[in-house]
Structure formats: structure tokens, C-alpha cells
Design a protein around this ligand. Sequence first.
Ligand SMILES: [Zn+2]
Length: 329
Amino acid sequence: MHKKKFCSDVLLKCYLVLLALCAQSHCALWAEDVQNPSAAAPEFAQGKKDFEKRKYKDALKHFQAATKFGSRNTSIQYYLALAAYSSGDFSTFKRAMSRVVVMNDAYSGVGKQALEMVSKRSGAKPYCALTNGSVVRFVKSKMPIKIFISQGWMLPGNYGGNNPTTGVLQLMKQKNFWSTLPHDPSYHGNYHGCAMQGLHAWDWARSEGILDYQIVQSPQGADVLVFWCPKLQQGNIGNVVLTGYTSDLNLPNEHKVIIQLVTGGGESGDDSGRIALMATHEFGHCWGLGSHSANPSDVMYSVPAKSGVSENDRLTLRALYDIAPDVRK
Ligand SMILES: [Zn+2]
């Protein structure tokens, strides 16, 4: 495995930009994740009363009910974890405390404290999954996620190897866009299979019902588009640029993730392992794992060395899909 940089060290340079916009017709689709603090409050209050009286199992039930309406409430998840632990329900403890880790900045007091607790008591090390400070992920009603992996196509002009802006989405609407795309000269025929391998590393999440995705043969209508480029253009020697993913750009009905996988770099020999690993990492960002793990054995470490998705990666993704995303209109 070549030891090169994948995403740059700073998570922002992963260029995650998901266009997850809530056009009129989509609003209802996000209802599954609506937060309702006033509905959560009485359950939370009762749970705390029970907790203080050390009636942990009763408290647990109330906290669980509260999370249905307040999955993004750190206090509720934290109490839920503590009540679960005191009740001997360690799997609920681990999952709830992981949610606290996932939705809080890794350097925040509560983020650090939650990580320490879950790590000490379960050995697991989930990590923050915020994308530029927000919880961004696919919603179930948008699944199956349609994924198109091109055979060596590059984004045109300045977009190739660069951070695509919404401008590229406008370009895609032009009639001849797809028929005139340049081909990456460093692309080899087997790279498509490597990208597929990277995708399949996440099949466990499909089995668990967290994600659902399918490969499509046409770029039109795809939610995730995989392009290729020989190198990055912004001075970074990294092998990956991932783009296309944000929730606050004002383009109605757009909802795309654009991934660019870097093919070149002057390396000799078989690059297939490197590309599969890179693809695994970038698909992780694609699902919404918007921050890097601090643990080198995770595939979402900034410079991943392991090809497999770790238990920490799994735990983090599960927790991410337990909590409501931020949606901006
Ligand atoms: Zn990354």
C-alpha cells in the first residue's frame, strides 16, 4: 500500500459538499427526522426524576421515549446512556453515548467526555461525524441511493481535480455534457472494480438496514457520481478529492454527491488496493461521515491504512443514522 495522503489532513479539505435541499415536494420526506422538543420534554423530565431515585429501568424507558422526539438533544442521549449502563443494558449505553460523540465537536467538552466514557466502559472509539458543524446524511426516504461509477470520466475544465462548485451541476444539465466529458489518461479498466470494492466495504450497513444503495448505469438521475482525475489541482498531493455534498446551497431539487478518485501520482505497480481503500474512505464521507477519525485503524482516519471498515467506523455510522440530520431549506 502506498503511503500517500488521502483526504488532506483537515477535514474541510475533503470538499464534502452535499446538495441536500428541501424542495417543496421533498419536505414531507424529511418528516421522519422532525425534532419536537415539547414532546420530548415531559418524558425527559420524568426520566430524570426516576434516575435521581435510582429507578434506572424506568428512567431508561422515559429517556428512550424522549429520544424519539429529541434524538439531537445531547442531554437526553447522555442520560439515556447513563440509565442504560446502570440498568446493565450495555449495548444501549454504547450506542447512545456514541450518538453524543457523533453529534458533538471532537474538541468540545461534552464530545471528549462522552468519548472517554464509551471508550473506558466498552472499548469502542466512535468519532465525531459532523460535516462543517452539521449533521448531514441521507434520509431513508431517499433510498435506495443511486450510485453511478464512471469508466474513467473526468469532470471538465477547471472542475477536474478541483473542488466543484454548484456550477458543475448546472453544466450537467446541458444536453451534450455527458457525451463530451474528457477521459482520465491515467485511468485503467480495473479501477472501476476497485471503486466497486470500496462501495462493497459498506454492504454491512445495507444488511443492517442503515443504508440502501444501488449501482445505476446512467449518470442521469444518480445521487452519487464517481469521476476520476490524475491529480488534484490545489497543491495537495493527496489521492482523493471528494466533492458534492452540502445542505445549504440554494438549488432546488439538487441532491448529489460528487466523488473524484485520483488515479495518478507517478506511482508504479498495482494501484488497485490504494484505489479501493480511497473509494471506501470517500464513500464513508458520502454517507455523511463528515469528520475524520483520530484512530489510525479506522477507514475514516485522514490517512487510512487499513482496507476494512472497522468496528469504530460501524458504530459511528450507526449512531449517525440514529439521529436526525440538519435540514436547511
Ligand atoms: Zn477524508
